[in-house]
Design a protein around this ligand. Structure first.
Ligand code: GLU
Length: 297
């Protein structure tokens, strides 16, 4: 994929130093060992490249985030040994670093997508989609494949109903990229994932759009994150292309699993950094045996 338009990004300032990585936690619970492990890979890679590490507070979802988790997040990250060069606590050249303060950036990206006819308004509820998708798809995706009900809908046909904005994926196109950790990746649009949300009906930008707009505006050169987001990376590739912005490199880390083989979630309180700290464990003990690629020996 070759983004053609190299015009200035919607927001942000001049390019920073060569490598720019980021930590992008959502303050919806306490950070656990899985976050720490992925973030440690991000920090180690930024340090090895002599670059910068940015902390971005992904606090867009006001129904789920709590202020106490933002404070706890900063405290836990510092305790663990994370050091960021730009962030919500001391700012930086690409401030603000709280997503809730970056709405202009997201609106500009939405407008560009709308002007390019890459998105359409959608009035379907989750229930509508569930009802329309008769047979469960065999896909590697993390959400139902949108059946395209509103694809041809125009804003003028909607009336007073609330609507979201969806990205129209190029059905059948293979999205291929080389992950710096996991190697070649291929996803087929319309099969592995469908038309995805870029803007929610409550006026909040969806994760895919906010993430791309911020990573581009903050001049992130490599995104290090969990392998559960590989399919989102394919979606985000399409957004970068539509917006005419060069995508960053990607480095996805295998996820830490619990004893039952389930991925760690914020419900795993026993594995939260707070709990370890209360138990008197030191971060160095927790990091024993960790490899940057997050593979298990
Ligand atoms: N806030 C997102 C999360 O915690 C960030 C995902 C990403 O790194 O792109 O899942």
């Amino acid at each position: 994929m070759n983004p053609t338009d190299s015009s200035p990004l919607a927001c942000g300032s001049p390019p920073g130093p060569a490598y720019r990585g980021r930590l992008a936690p959502s303050p919806t619970g306490y950070l656990h060992l899985g976050h720490a492990r992925t973030f440690w890979a991000a920090q180690t890679r930024a340090q090895a490249a002599g670059g910068s590490l940015i902390l971005r507070n992904e606090d867009l979802d006001s129904t789920r985030f709590k202020l106490e988790f933002v404070d706890a997040m900063l405290e836990d990250l510092r305790w663990f040994g994370f050091v960021w060069t730009e962030g919500p606590d001391w700012g930086g050249p690409f401030a603000p670093y709280n997503q809730s303060e970056r709405m202009d950036c997201y609106r500009a990206a939405l407008e560009k997508l709308r002007a390019g006819n890459f998105i359409y308004p959608c009035t379907c509820s989750r229930k509508d989609i569930q009802a329309a998708v008769r047979a469960p798809h065999e896909n590697t995706g993390d959400e139902l494949i949108y059946p395209g009900t509103c694809r041809a809908q125009r804003p003028s046909e909607i009336g007073p109903r609330k609507y979201s904005w969806r990205f129209r994926v190029p059905d059948g196109e293979t999205i291929a990229f080389t992950d710096n950790n996991l190697g070649g990746q291929h996803f087929v649009a319309g099969r592995d994932f469908g038309d995805f949300l870029v803007w929610r009906p409550d006026g909040v930008p969806a994760y895919q759009l906010a993430c791309v707009a911020d990573d581009a505006a903050m001049r992130i050169t490599e995104v290090v994150r969990g392998a559960d987001l590989l399919i989102s990376t394919a979606r985000q590739w399409l957004l970068y292309r539509a917006l005419g912005w060069p995508p960053p490199d990607f480095f996805h880390c295998p996820l830490l699993l619990d004893e039952q083989g389930r991925r760690l979630a914020k419900r795993h309180e026993a594995l939260s950094l707070r709990t370890f700290r209360k138990q008197g464990l030191r971060p160095e003990q927790l990091r024993q045996g960790w490899r940057v690629d997050n593979k298990v020996d």
